[in-house]
Design a binder for this molecule. Sequence first.
Ligand SMILES: [Zn+2]
Length: 93
Amino acid sequence: MVVCSCNRDCGLYTTRQGENTGRRFYRCTRYKSLDGCDFFRWVDDAHHSSVDIKYQLFAMEERINRKFRRNELLLKMCVIVIVIQFILLLFKM
Ligand SMILES: [Zn+2]
């Protein structure tokens, strides 16, 4: 168990977002309280198990979904533009 500078046992957490997703870290259990300490330490990178593959996959899936949704939006905009041009063409004739 890791003990922080205010002499408490640290909690073990997993990063849920950003480029460090899946990476584990120790943080003081009083991290967010007003008089809490700011102890923070990454779990040693040398151990492969410190990176939680599950969360990395989750983050990757999120990124893919975001790109997919963006492409879907672009496709819809293209269809709308084509329809508008078609309608304009009809009125010209
Ligand atoms: Zn502490």
